[in-house]
Ligand binder design. Sequence first.
Ligand code: SF4
Length: 210
Amino acid sequence: MFLLTPSETKIQACIDQLQQRFFKIIRVNTLSEAKEELLAQIPKGSSIGLGGSVTLNDLDILEEFRKEHYNLYDRYNQKDWPATVINMRNSLDADYFVTGTNAIIQDGCLLQMDSGGNRVAAMVYGPKNVIVITGINKIVSSLEEGFERLTRVAVINSKRLNHQTPCNFSGICEDCIARGRICNATTIISSGKRPKGKTIIILINQEVGY
Ligand code: SF4
């Protein structure tokens, strides 16, 4: 595991950089506070899309979003894969897209990688608002460190989801071109200003996800 808790100085410096880049930061101490803040940000009646995220699973938010006063594009509760894909596509036009990220670079950028691409696409363009839920363990010093983090996450996810990739069996990235390759699309988001205030980051003072 590579859970390294950054110092308060490093966290604060990162928050300052994120704010300068027009991300809105809400800092909380616990998962339950994060859940409360998340629900407070999303008006009833909103449509919601979800990005695949261990942090979101830890938040245990699905049952709330499934309540009738939200319109959830529920990618996790469909009869088959084509129906799941329709929900992922609809999520690109949601009022709110809720997701995690893989790394927050110290200089204020978000770095994430995806298998299908739906999550990274929705974070860049489409939904009216994006809310990122993440722990302080995702803060890294440099883009290089961020990419190292992405690779380690890809290996873990390949194993967790049993993708037929070399790393699932060897435990290390072999820079494969396997059909089941899990790291197909990577984005660096350098600003939260389209429009200003669109991207909210709920930053949890804990190590959350991996
Ligand atoms: S490139 Fe292939 S081997 Fe490397 S992490 Fe991605 S899926 Fe695994």
